[in-house]
Design a binder for this molecule. Sequence first.
Ligand code: ADP
Ligand code: MG
Ligand code: ZN
Length: 199
Amino acid sequence: MIRTHPNRGGWLEVVCGPMFSGKSEELIRRLRRAEIAGQRALIVKPAVDNRYDVGHVVSHAGSKMRAVSAGSSADVLRLAAGYDAVGIDEVQFFDDGIVDAIESLIALGARVVAAGLAQDFRAQPFGSMPTLLCVADFVDKLEAVCHRCGGPATLTQRLVDGRPASFDGATVQIGALDSYEARCRPCYEPGERSERATA
Ligand code: ADP
Ligand code: MG
Ligand code: ZN
């Protein structure tokens, strides 16, 4: 993305899209460039996301960069204060305080790049993403390749034993190719709703 950023003060960039759309790759690319430019750069990720490697952000294609784990939004602020460029991966998993934590980092002059899923597997807005997308200075919505038809995928399909997960299943279940697929709208299969979910 070629863009002219503000030349002083902090700001927020949000990178969203379904699983496999390249959010982590893009986050790593931006933070690595900040490092090359001689800036103090840090990537933070939620402690719940312990896939592959606790000390790194790893993309599905294998690119990786050192990262620190944060258990809460307060941790993010504590760990990242003082850095010039702060990347936050899987930002949708943080508590609501993440919006204020990011605003505080921006007030300290940081460039914050937040990457995350805007929608969960039910296609519903995920965590603080709606607010972050709203207050961001710059937004990029990436698409993946639909696992079914090869078209541009904007949604995340959750599969349990190869079948669409029910609508009221737990939102947070971190997985990879075997349980999640990127799908385009026509190929996306909404899960069934149980009586209990509508009561
Ligand atoms: P995200 O963080 O959005 O889940 P990653 O940055 O981890 O995405 O991974 C993106 C990489 O995943 C792509 O560059 C590609 O190599 C690989 N990949 C695997 N499946 C797909 C898919 N269905 N669509 C796009 N990329 C895919
Ligand atoms: Mg990712
Ligand atoms: Zn499709």
